[in-house]
Design a protein around this ligand. Sequence first.
Ligand SMILES: NC(=O)c1ccc[n+]([C@@H]2O[C@H](COP(=O)([O-])OP(=O)(O)OC[C@H]3O[C@@H](n4cnc5c(N)ncnc54)[C@H](O)[C@@H]3O)[C@@H](O)[C@H]2O)c1
Length: 350
Amino acid sequence: MKRLYGVGVLGGGGGIGRNHIESFQSSPYAKVLAIAETSDARGEDACRRYRVPDCHQDWRVLLRRKDIQVVSIALPNYLHAEVACAALAAGKHVLLEKPMATSARAAAKIVAAAKRARRVLMVGQNMRFTPDAQRLRTIISAGRLGKISHGRAWWYRRSGIPRIGSWFTQKKFAGGGVCYDLGVHLLDLALHLMDDFRVVSVSGAVSGHLGAKGIGDGSWGKSEIGPRRIFDVEDRAVALIKLQNRATLYLEVTWATFQENDATYGVELFGDKAAASWQPAKVHSMVPGLAKTEQISGGALPYPTDRIVHFMECVARGKTPLVRPEESLQVQRALDGIYASSRTGREVRL
Ligand SMILES: NC(=O)c1ccc[n+]([C@@H]2O[C@H](COP(=O)([O-])OP(=O)(O)OC[C@H]3O[C@@H](n4cnc5c(N)ncnc54)[C@H](O)[C@@H]3O)[C@@H](O)[C@H]2O)c1
C-alpha cells in the first residue's frame, strides 16, 4: 500500500508557500497537515483556502510533531539555514527554497546536517524541471552540442524588485538582492545544463542604484513593508564565471532597469558541434553554408514538471533528487564569489 507522508509548510501563508501547498497536494504521497506562519491573517487565509487543518505561529512547534515527516521551507532567506538544520536534526525530509542560505558557510552546514540525518534534502530549483530544460539536458547529455565552452544567462526586469521595503530588499533578512533572487535560478540552470558545477573563479560586480531611489518596484511577496522602505541590496549583478573544465559562463541579472520590455530572460549554451537556447528549446547548428535552427519539443520527459512532485517521489521511492545538495552548495559559493569580487574589485578564486 502507498505510504502517505505528513507535510508541514513553513511560511505557508506567503507567496511561494501557497504554491508549495498546492504542489504537495498534487503529489499522491503527501498530505499537508499544517503550516507555520507568523501572520495570523495570512495563516488563516491559506488554511481556509487549501483546507489545511493546523496553523502554528512557531515553526519549532511544527517540527516537534511526529505525524509530520516532510517539511518545506518557504521562509525569508535569513531563516533558511537555521530552520533547515533544525528540521533535519528533527528527522524531517526537507524541501528548501532558493537561495539555499545567505552564505556558503551556512549552506555547508545544511548539507552536513542532511548527511548526518540521512534525510532527503533538495533546493527547489524549479527552472530545471521546465519541459524545455529537461529536453535540453537530455540532448546535451547525448552529446548533441559537443563540448560546451561557453554559456550565457540573463534576466532583465524593468520593474521587478519583489517589493521595496519588504524583507527582500533588506540585507539582514535577504542576505543579498537580485543575485540571490534571480541569479541563483539562472546560475543553477546554466551549470546544470553545462553539467559542471566546479566553479573555479568568479569576476563580478553588483550595484543597487535604482532600487535605492525607489525605482523599479514590483508586486511579488506578501510580507509587510517596513515604514522606512529600506533598500540596501543590489538590483543588478554581472559576472564572468570560469569552470574547472575551462568553460566560461556570463551571467547578468537585474531587478530594475530602463528598457523597452517588461522582462527578458534566457540561457544559451555554445558547443563545438551546435549551440542551444532555452525556452523555447532550440538547437542552432551549421550544415556547410547553411545555418539551421531546430525547435526541440514533444517526447517523454524524464522528470515531473513540478519540483515538489519529484521531491516527494524521492522521499517515498528512494529516488535521487535532480537537484543535489552539493550542487546547490556550489551555486551558493559562486554567488558569494560575485559579492566578494564586487567588494574587492578582483577576480575571486574559489
Ligand atoms: N522558487 C521560486 O521561484 C521562488 C519565488 C519566490 C520566492 N522564493 C523564495 O521563497 C522564500 C519565501 O519567499 P516569498 O516570496 O514567499 O516571501 P513572502 O514574504 O511572500 O512569504 C514569506 C512568509 O513567511 C512568513 N514568515 C516570516 N517569518 C516567519 C517565521 N519566523 N515563522 C513562520 N512564518 C514566517 C511571512 O509572514 C510570510 O507569509 C524566499 O526564500 C524566496 O527566495 C522562491
